[in-house]
Ligand binder design. Structure first.
Ligand code: 5RP
Length: 293
């Protein structure tokens, strides 16, 4: 065990130096992976832009019915043209999302908590690798609770999924959870994202923070950023803009799309920021124009 007192504070992130092991594949940290993994990652990250718009609507797995997601069958399909990847549970996908829509799948495979508990940090792996294969999942999403009560069990869940993923060439998406009492600092996110990458995930989902560029530089796999609590649309587009500018490989946005006044217009505007480098100001103008049609 490393002597914690002897550890030096990391500071040399060289944020302006590109990732040195990119090779000829468009996804960070993936150049040495198997063909099947690369194929799934290409279903997630657009090979032309290297970026992704993941749309998260897996909230029901612990929140039940949520504002904006009351009727998945009605609200989800119209978003498909502006979404690269659905992040969802197998129940939501099988019942409410036509398989014919051309979106990748980030399948939520951990569960076990609910809004009725104070401590949400204890989960299990709820979906067999066989079912992830049947669902044609492009990655499997596992919640992790670094620094929380459920740290050990969540990293055990994560490692089991990473191992199964390597057996069948399905990437794992490690989700950094922030508990009520956990700090949302770059120090925490550098720790959490790096732990997940070193445990073998191919993608990390985390939150935006100060010094975000350093979090990205220190993480050898792509980072996608959660939207978090609902913000006014203009601020949510600024968040999307800042995370892309800060080096994220995309967003994994939920409430800021499905709780927007016009979710389809919002998804379309986020897509422009992520894939076309549109500024947040222009994207907000676009949002207002699309909303008024
Ligand atoms: C839960 C998740 C959710 O998918 C995610 O937080 C939802 O996105 P948003 O925060 O943008 O509503 O991973 O930890």
């Amino acid at each position: 065990m490393a002597d914690k007192d002897g550890l030096q504070i990391a500071k040399d992130y060289q944020v302006d130096v590109p990732f040195a092991q990119q090779g000829d594949f468009h996804v960070k940290g993936a150049k040495n992976l198997d063909w099947g993994m690369k194929k799934h990652l290409t279903n997630i990250f657009n090979p032309e832009t290297g970026k992704t718009v993941m749309f998260a609507f897996d909230h029901g797995y612990f929140m039940g019915s949520t504002k904006g997601l009351e009727r998945l069958d009605l609200s989800i399909p119209p978003l498909a043209p502006y979404v690269d990847v659905w992040m969802a549970t197998r129940g939501a996908l099988r019942t409410c999302v036509p398989a014919g829509l051309k979106c990748g799948v980030a399948l939520r495979v951990s569960s076990g908590s609910s809004m009725l508990n104070d401590d949400l940090s204890h989960e299990v792996v709820a979906v067999d690798i066989e079912d992830a294969i049947r669902m044609n999942a492009d990655c499997m999403a596992v919640q992790t609770f670094i620094g929380g009560d459920g740290q050990l069990s969540s990293l055990d869940n994560l490692s089991k999924v990473v191992n199964a993923g390597f057996r069948y060439s399905i990437p794992t998406l490690g989700v950094v959870a922030v508990g009520r009492d956990m700090e949302r600092t770059d120090r925490f996110f550098k720790l959490a994202t790096r732990i997940l990458a070193e445990l073998g995930v191919q993608i990390v989902k985390t939150y935006y923070c100060d010094n975000f560029e350093e979090v990205v530089a220190a993480c050898p796999v792509p980072i996608v950023v959660a939207g978090g609590k609902k913000l006014p649309e203009e601020e949510a587009l600024t968040l999307a803009y800042n995370v892309i500018k800060g080096g994220a490989a995309g967003v994994d946005m939920g409430r800021n799309i499905f709780q927007a006044e016009n979710p389809v217009a919002m998804a379309q505007s986020v897509y422009k920021v992520v894939h076309e480098g549109m500024s947040d100001k222009d994207a907000f103008e676009l949002y207002k124009e699309l909303k008024s049609k």
